[in-house]
Design a binder for this molecule. Structure first.
Ligand code: ME8
Length: 541
């Protein structure tokens, strides 16, 4: 899924741009961590990767939030946008672009995009009558609306999908000929079975497309909505916030002038709540404007807290900054990617975080590093030699059948991990790494190198071989873990004496020959920082 351009393959990944009506929460960070991991992974593969995130600042919802805060909209937006940026910087999100929809470059891109659709007669002046949810900034058909009671017991209408209140709206505005794109959208999805991943979300979109696809209102009367981009040539209308927001992906790519290079390799990461906008409206707009469709839309599910949706009214919103301080940035990143399953919702509890991080990062990975770098076993603190006579069972060596199974698993690990990183199934990649770490711990445990006699030549060669094998395994784990836990991996690889230019995924190409010929690392001095890889977290009382 890449094109070669200026010798290097290029990749472009985006997160949704987040509404500034409220502070960032764990779900926002989750989308950013997924995108960050995929960006870092592509870079380690040698790609020239672009990674965009940012904030969605227009619309009624933001206008009302600014009013409630008693602030000028732009001042309000800047404050909240900076909070998102600060969160991302604090959590090692390595975006290359940060876009705000209030920027001039974005407004110009939206105006151009609108004009293209207008000139192709895909936008016409009409009138809209129907349900609208301000919270979701979404138009709904009668079948998507149900009855509910508000907090004061009044009967209200709500969106069946989000539960948010809807209101009846009747307005003159501009309409986009969405209905004209139904068969093209179906062709696109049928011809590209991996356009939307995981598969169940592609199926959901195909299902929606079986139903009626009415034209879409793409503007609001200025009297209702001032905070937005004006419709070119009509001072009484403001562009619908979703059309405005979706174009951000093009603005970052350089639209309208030089967007092809990045746009042809675009991958969107989104939550399941905004699938309709990305998988129906956005492709239809793009087809209308004569632009390519994104390479893939990767959808993830939601985090709940003790089985409940995070919401301000329940007071259970997880502040990601606070939790990254409690569990460390890498700890939180690891948890989100190890436990988060794209196909289904996952529950977040502090107990689970502590248990997982203590078991896998502190005890298993950290314990293994301590064991194989311990001064008692490796007084010279160098990568010892692998002794080909000491290992093979068939030549009188001491290896056991399980050792061969472990070597096989570690040799295959880069392929397994790359496959899962590629499909954004990070939990499967981490599960595979974690299983190998356990096997390597088992290997060390089985052969108990601390019981060997350093004064005996044969014992010493075998001891060095055990340490060599364990260090090579750790090098593999450290290299593969870099996209997920950049700081921990850096600590680990630095401790092993692996230089920054020796950390790309290419360095693992050596693996098929591992333990069959000399490793380039033999004799390499280990790093001198013997600090703890990941400190155990205290369990909650
Ligand atoms: O929808 N679990 O912005 P938004 C996991 N501005 N992820 C979650 C989540 C949860 N509980 N809650 C939210 C918007 N997210 C628009 C997007 S894009 C052109 C415009 C994540 O601030 C998830 O990625 O409501 C979801 O899609 C996004 O935050 C919604 O963020």
């Amino acid at each position: 899924c890449s094109v070669t351009c200026n010798e290097k393959s290029v990749y472009y990944v985006t997160t949704p741009i987040f509404y500034v009506n409220a502070s960032p929460h764990l779900g926002h960070l989750y989308s950013a961590v997924i995108a960050d991991c995929s960006h870092r992974y592509k870079q380690l593969q040698g790609f020239n990767s672009k990674f965009a995130t940012g904030t969605d600042e227009h619309g009624l919802k933001v206008q009302q939030a600014a009013e409630a805060a008693g602030k000028q909209p732009l001042t309000f937006c800047t404050e909240v946008s900076e909070r998102f940026e600060h969160l991302f910087r604090s959590c090692s999100i390595s975006h290359t672009d940060y876009i705000r929809t209030t920027e001039l470059r974005h407004r110009q891109a939206v105006e151009h995009f609108w004009s293209v659709l207008w000139n192709k007669r895909l936008i016409y002046k009409g009138s809209y009558e129907g349900w609208y949810s301000t919270q979701d900034e979404s138009f709904l058909t009668p079948s998507q609306v149900g009855d509910a009671l508000d907090s004061s017991g009044n009967e209200i209408k709500v969106s069946l999908e989000s539960g948010h209140k809807v209101e009846w709206m009747k307005e003159e505005n501009y309409m986009f000929r969405l209905s004209a794109f139904r068969s093209q959208l179906l062709d696109w999805l049928r011809g590209n079975p991996k356009a939307i991943q995981p598969e169940r979300f592609q199926q959901a979109v195909l299902q929606w497309l079986q139903e009626d696809l009415p034209d879409l209102s793409v503007s609001r009367q200025r009297s209702r909505l001032q905070w937005g981009i004006q419709v070119p040539g009509d001072a009484n209308q403001t562009i619908y916030v979703w059309l405005d927001a979706l174009v951000n992906y093009l603005s970052v790519a350089g639209y309208p002038d030089h967007h092809d290079r990045w746009w042809s390799v675009a991958h969107h990461i989104i939550g399941k709540d905004i699938l309709k906008f990305h998988a129906i409206y956005w492709p239809a707009f793009l087809l209308g404007a004569g632009l390519r469709l994104p390479q893939a839309i990767h959808v993830h599910s939601h985090w709940t807290v003790r089985g409940k949706k995070m919401s301000k009214s329940l007071g259970n919103v997880i502040d990601p900054l606070e939790h990254s301080r409690m569990f460390t940035t890498d700890g939180l990143r690891y948890f989100l990617l190890r436990q988060g399953v794209p196909e289904s919702d996952c529950d977040y509890t502090e107990e689970k975080v502590i248990k997982l991080l203590n078991a896998e990062l502190a005890d298993s990975l950290g314990g293994l590093l301590n064991r194989c770098t311990a001064a008692a076993l490796n007084p010279a603190q160098v990568y010892p030699c692998f002794c080909p006579q000491a290992f093979p069972r068939d030549q009188g060596g001491r290896a056991a059948a399980e050792d061969y199974r472990m070597l096989e698993a570690v040799r295959n690990l880069p392929f397994v991990v790359e496959r899962h990183y590629e499909s954004m199934h990070f939990y499967k990649a981490l599960e595979a790494i974690s299983a190998c770490v356990r096997q390597t711990n088992g290997f060390v445990q089985r052969h108990a190198p601390w019981k060997l006699d350093r004064t005996d030549g044969k014992d010493l060669r075998w001891l060095d071989t055990i340490i060599h094998v364990s260090l090579e395994c750790m090098r593999v784990y450290g290299t593969l873990l870099q996209p997920v836990v950049p700081e921990i991996s850096d600590k680990l690889l630095t401790r092993l004496g692996v230089r920054p230019d020796e950390r790309s995924f290419e360095t693992l190409d050596f693996l098929p020959h591992l333990w069959q010929r000399d490793s380039p690392f033999e004799g390499r001095a280990l790093g001198t920082d013997t600090g703890v890889l990941f400190s155990r977290l205290e369990t909650l009382r």
